[in-house]
Design a protein around this ligand. Sequence first.
Ligand SMILES: [Zn+2]
Length: 109
Amino acid sequence: MGIPEERIERLHDLARRAVAEGHEDRSRAYVRRARRIAERNRCGLPLTFKRFTCDACDVYLRPGRNARVRLQDGHVVVTCDCGAQKRYPYRPRREERDDADATERARPN
Ligand SMILES: [Zn+2]
């Protein structure tokens, strides 16, 4: 892991903690800084960072604190307190996926 990635991880952690402590604006500052680092270094952002940050207001999303999480039609829908929603496909648990793979392999052509 390079220096930009490490800085992003650190900011990710700080943003998460800031929300837990009720400092949402501080968390936005950390999220924005992490995004800028990713952009400048073209290193991308960790999946959890992308999933738990609001694209509209940049706050770090903590379900039960400032975000609501619902399952809807095979998607996870995360609603920020600002009203913005993000959705991504729900992936079945590993065991279920492996079962599906096994079924696929067992099927004769
Ligand atoms: Zn938001």
